[in-house]
Design a protein around this ligand. Structure first.
Ligand SMILES: [Zn+2]
Length: 94
């Protein structure tokens, strides 16, 4: 079951608004800066960062993207996203 505890924020790639605390796993989740996410609309890998107004999504740098893609859990989530939406995920970087 999905709980919605976070604020809605736009994906920097497609603008789809999602909350910061949706997760595959135990809930409730308290998201923090540095956590990774995947946009449900475009499949873009995202990172949370803390700025002057709070948490927001940003695109990973190339090096961060390499690290994210080396994580088996991230790869499994991307494969699940592709299976669900039958599209190639976005691979933009900052
Ligand atoms: Zn998106």
């Amino acid at each position: 079951m999905k709980e919605r505890l976070g604020k809605l924020m736009p994906c920097p790639t497609c603008g789809y608004r999602t909350d910061t605390n949706s997760a595959v796993g135990p809930m409730p989740l308290q998201s923090k800066a540095g956590d990774a996410s995947i946009c449900l609309r475009c499949g873009q890998l995202l990172l949370l960062e803390l700025d002057m107004v709070g948490l927001r999504f940003r695109l990973p740098t190339v090096l961060e993207l390499v690290d994210l893609r080396a994580n088996p859990t991230i790869e499994q989530l991307l494969e699940s996203w592709v299976s669900a939406f039958h599209r190639t995920p976005e691979t933009r970087t900052a």
